[in-house]
Design a protein around this ligand. Structure first.
Ligand code: SF4
Length: 400
């Protein structure tokens, strides 16, 4: 998986560092100063390095919990994210990480306890967070995007959460059959609402779980704080650690899917759709809240291919017990998109018409709204639209 392990001197004696160094004892192990000396080095080639990436064990300094970009997630709560890892062991050609970082090495911040303290402080003082994401980064991967059509947390959990499930934050709107609770003030923390903490922005939450023990540490931590919600975003089948634990209703496992053709072509090293579904099915059976993220939806995806995917997914999962379902268009911050093009100038995926709006580049579909409606109609044969939200770069082009 890795070619070498670097570790900061500052974390040399941390129990997580020691356990990982023992686990990978056959790899070259190199002590270093700050991880940024390796990770941020100039003249690195992401594409080449991805073939031979290293793991860097480091301490996270500075802000550890950040406000989720506006429009992200569930409106009835304060939304935050935290990243215990930078980069991913998988290699999806559409991933924004390849345009974001110079390096393809993976960084694991081993000081989980400091992240937990930061989350605790956020829970105690939710209003001290700025409303805006510090980098104005309102358009990252998955539904890390601006302007999702979304529903409040009141409509999401089909099992009872520990936080108040009211929809005071929203006014109801009807659009394309989607009942959406639009926020009166994005980022506002509603009284009595739980707060959501997203993991999986800058990595895959579970892919490195056997070595990182991330969920093993954080699930019990969130179990003791039922008013806070943890969402693990993943394409991984590394669920053994979760299955060993009692399910908790404030930890959502959100799995991403694209159509079979897109997965085969663009998702390198990612577990097959069938395997992901089997993992999600086992989690659902064990009582874990699971969610589905159908994204990124690429413009050459046909509604028929989506129909097939939905048939497969909902033959394996019980839609009555899904936490939420979303569809997200392909989109990426414009500068990350430019960087990605530099790395893969000959990549067919990007060789099509693009649209850049509000600093976000998306791949255009000539009849976007009609196309999306067909896909949503196919989806709503399986789920209650109340459990659905759409993530896009903004308003899609209206056609009628
Ligand atoms: S699984 Fe997610 S984080 Fe990992 S490469 Fe694919 S899109 Fe990026």
């Amino acid at each position: 998986m890795f070619s070498a392990i670097y570790f900061e001197s500052a974390v040399r004696d941390h129990p997580r560092t020691r356990a990982i160094l023992r686990r990978y004892r056959d790899l070259p192990q190199i002590e270093c100063g700050r991880y940024s000396e390796i990770f941020n080095r100039k003249s690195q080639n992401f594409r080449l390095q991805k073939e031979n990436s290293a793991l860097i064990l480091a301490r996270k300094h500075g802000r550890k919990v950040l406000p989720a970009p506006g429009g992200y997630g569930f409106d009835a709560a304060g939304s935050h994210y935290f990243s215990h890892m930078l980069n991913c062991i998988y290699d999806c050609r559409y991933c924004f990480l390849q345009g974001m970082y110079r390096s393809a090495h993976c960084v694991l911040f081993v000081n989980y306890e400091d992240f937990a303290d930061a989350i605790e402080r956020t829970l105690s003082h939710p209003k001290e967070h700025p409303k805006e994401h510090p980098k104005e980064d309102t358009h990252r991967k998955s539904c890390h995007s601006a302007r999702s059509r979304r529903i409040s947390s009141s409509a999401l959990p089909m099992r009872s959460f520990g936080f108040a499930q009211d929809d005071r934050v929203g006014r109801q709107a009807q659009d394309n059959g989607v009942v959406a609770h639009l926020p009166t003030d994005a980022g506002e923390v509603a009284p009595d609402a739980g707060q959501v903490f997203y993991s999986g922005y800058d990595c895959d939450s579970l892919a490195f779980e056997p070595a990182s023990g991330f969920a093993e540490y954080f699930v019990p931590w969130f179990a003791a704080r039922p008013r806070a919600v943890l969402e693990l975003r993943t394409k991984s089948t590394q669920i053994g650690g979760l299955l060993k634990q009692e399910p908790i209703q404030n930890c959502i496992i959100a799995m991403s899917f694209t159509t079979a053709a897109a997965a085969a072509r663009w998702e390198h090293g990612v577990p097959a759709i069938e395997k992901r579904l089997a993992a999600l099915g086992r989690l659902q059976e064990a009582g874990w809240p699971v969610a589905l993220r159908f994204e990124p939806l690429l413009p050459d995806t046909s509604p028929d291919a989506c129909r097939e995917l939905f048939e497969l997914v909902f033959s394996r999962l019980d839609s009555r017990w899904l936490h939420s379902v979303s569809i997200g268009l392909f989109r990426m911050p414009a500068d990350y998109f430019r960087n990605t093009l530099r790395i893969y100038p000959d990549e067919a995926l990007f060789a099509r018409e693009t649209r850049t709006r509000n600093g976000v580049t998306s791949l255009r579909h000539p009849h976007e709204e009609a196309w999306l409606r067909q896909i949503e109609t196919a989806l709503f044969r399986h789920i209650d639209p109340k459990n659905y939200y759409r993530c896009a770069d903004g308003e899609t082009d209206r056609e009628n």
